[in-house]
Design a protein around this ligand. Structure first.
Ligand code: XUL
Length: 519
């Protein structure tokens, strides 16, 4: 079997694939808040931090790893049959190691938990994660040191963003120079999990490395200009950067003795959740886009030539096959949908009925849904604005929040210059057909929900297969992804009669957004 793990913002999930058909044979998941309540996280992050900060305890993530393997073993899964493991981590988050980490990883004993053993190897007990937007000052410093935003965009595929790792490292260095001086190596959420499984400090793959503002996207190597903009010693603290299909090691003896894994089981490089979702959805053409409706909502697609976003809201990352992908990330994803659902005390079924109850075209209302600070467009101070929309009307508010999310995706993805004919959907909300119908109507494209709600875990499992098999045979990425591409039978069709209405409403939405941003 091939195992894909997904260490996402709120949960750790596993997806096991049959080695011949590449079909899913087992899926399981645990949520940090519920499974590990002693860390006191809320939606996977620490509560009560300073304004705009978002951090999580990395020891919670490794404790989850122990728990998930124990659960899989207990439910009778033949873990000894796993040939290779790859994984997916919430992008941008960083983990800080001191000089002890390497030897700790090398000598993990099954008699103690991972969390207990790894704790002395961390130089920072909390890891900043992608929801953090507290580093605007550091983004400015970096941008100036690197020669301006166009230069940063051109080298790294994105302008300097608050959640990207470069600004986060700079903030750590400035606010806790003592702890920074004890930091000998910096990993990402993805490479940290890979390090634990491999028993060695793991490299960072090109895909997740693209979310750091440190990778030279043309050279596939750490950019000297960008690393120096953070600190002259930064390159000495970064692990090597490797292709996403690299087998980095066999599994650590810890997992062999404790959970019965085969000592020859390969650990492939982990990557970010967005590149992994590209793999899990089998995206390969520019006329097909994808939407992930999770904690964050992301809109992404493949890109044949390196083209950056002139409006600088979007990103270019490496995709799992070595091509490029474009991506836009919206922070007001599931938390905004949840906020509306909870405000009116609705179940998800009632939320869907509300959505279906109001015909598009019979309204002019708009909601600007910044329940939390937003990445695209950049909104640092949360605020919800309602135009022609009464707060007392549950159905209208349900429709308004979903329409806002879809219209924002449509407007902000215009730089990609592709009008998708087909959109694959993944993430928790991709199971909700009423939400997907709004997506189809706004984009006037067919929408196809993925085979599993978790394309990132499936993509990781496919990447494990790809890395493992590429060692001995020629295996094209297309061959692999065909096996799991979503089936056309569940396709949701756009309703043409609403095309003109949504074109106009999206235009009005764009104007309302501009007025809000520019004051
Ligand atoms: C993408 C982003 C989020 C995270 C967490 O740039 O910040 O989508 O990857 O899912």
């Amino acid at each position: 079997m091939y195992l894909g793990l997904d260490a996402s913002s709120q949960s750790l999930s596993a997806c096991l694939l049959d080695p011949d058909s590449y079909r899913i044979v087992h899926e399981c998941s645990l949520r940090y808040d519920e499974a590990l309540p002693h860390y006191g996280t809320r939606n996977g992050v620490c509560p009560d931090l300073a304004d705009q900060e978002a951090m999580a305890p990395p020891l919670m993530w490794v404790e989850a790893l122990d728990l998930l393997f124990a659960e899989m073993k207990q439910s009778g899964i033949a873990l000894e049959n796993i040939r290779a493991i790859a994984g997916s981590g919430q992008q941008h988050g960083s983990v800080y190691f001191n000089a002890n980490m390497s030897s700790i990883l090398n000598s993990l004993t099954p008699n103690q938990s991972l969390a207990e053993q790894l704790q002395p190897g961390l130089s920072r007990p909390l890891s900043p994660v992608w929801m953090d937007s507290s580093t605007s000052a550091q983004c400015e410093t970096l941008t100036e040191a690197a020669g301006g935003w166009k230069q940063v965009l051109d080298i790294t595929g994105s302008k300097a963003f608050e959640r990207f790792t470069a600004a986060q490292i700079l903030k750590f260095m400035q606010t806790d120079p003592e702890a920074y001086s004890h930091t000998t190596s910096i990993g990402l959420v993805s490479s940290f999990h890979a390090s634990v499984l491999a028993g060695n400090i793991a490299p960072i793959d090109w895909g997740d490395g693209s979310g750091m503002n440190l990778l030279d996207m043309r050279a596939c190597a750490w950019s000297d200009t960008m690393c120096r903009a953070v600190s002259p010693d930064l390159t000495s603290k970064l692990p090597p950067c490797v292709p996403p299909w690299k087998v980095i090691s066999t599994v650590s003896p810890y997992f062999v003795s404790k959970y019965g894994l085969d000592p020859g089981c390969h650990i492939a490089a982990w990557s970010g959740d967005n590149p992994n979702s590209v793999a899990g959805l089998g995206l390969s053409s520019e006329t097909t886009a994808a939407v992930s409706l999770g904690t964050s909502d992301t809109y992404f697609g493949m890109m044949s030539a390196y083209t950056t976003d002139p409006t600088a809201g979007g990103h270019v990352f490496y995709a799992p096959n070595g091509d490029y992908m474009s991506l836009i990330c919206f922070k007001n994803g599931s938390l905004a949908r949840e906020a509306v659902r909870k405000q009116y005390n609705l179940t998800w079924d009632q939320f869907s009925s509300c959505l279906e109850q109001l015909e598009p075209g019979a309204h002019e209302f708009i909601m600007l849904p910044y329940f939390t600070s937003e990445i695209v467009p950049k909104v640092l101070k949360p605020g919800v604005v309602r135009h022609h929309l009464s707060e007392d009307d549950p159905a209208a508010n349900c429709r308004a929040v979903i329409e806002a999310q879809m219209m924002s995706m449509k407007n902000h993805s215009s730089w990609m210059n592709v009008s998708p004919e087909l959109i694959y959907a993944t993430g928790g909300a991709s199971r909700n057909n009423a939400i997907l119908q709004v997506l189809a109507d706004v984009f006037q494209a067919r929408v196809c929900p993925g085979e599993t709600g978790n394309a990132a875990a499936l993509g990781a499992a496919l990447r494990a297969a790809h890395a493992h098999l590429s060692q001995s045979e020629q295996l094209t990425w297309e061959d692999l992804s065909k096996a799991t591409a979503p089936s056309a039978s569940t396709m949701i069709k756009p309703r043409q009669q609403y095309a003109e209405f949504y074109k106009q409403l999206a235009h009005i939405y764009q104007q309302a957004e501009e007025i809000y941003i520019n004051g």
